[in-house]
Design a protein. Sequence first.
Length: 113
Amino acid sequence: QVQLVESGGDVVQPGGSLSLSCAISGTVISNYGMAWYRQAPGKQREFVAQIFAFDSTNYADSVKGRFTISRDKGKNTVYLQMNNLKPGDTAVYYCFLPRFDAWGQGTRVTVSS
């Protein structure tokens, strides 16, 4: 059974940084693309970033230049480094493995002064 567990969410001030992690079990992620999504209060879940099987990446325009997706194949973990955070980044962040249509439980990020 494939499981995704996110961690790293916190409360941070505008302009601050956070690093989210997504640990995957039940499969090896080396050959699969992975993605991060987020859902703000009262809004639909939206795409944030993705990393493809050969490690090319793609970002939503709203986070481009501020967020970086990466992965450690040895640790079977995907990361989302978030810099220069804004109040609009406040959301629950979810890890997604499209190959198995598998989602994590989410980790909450709050950007507030």
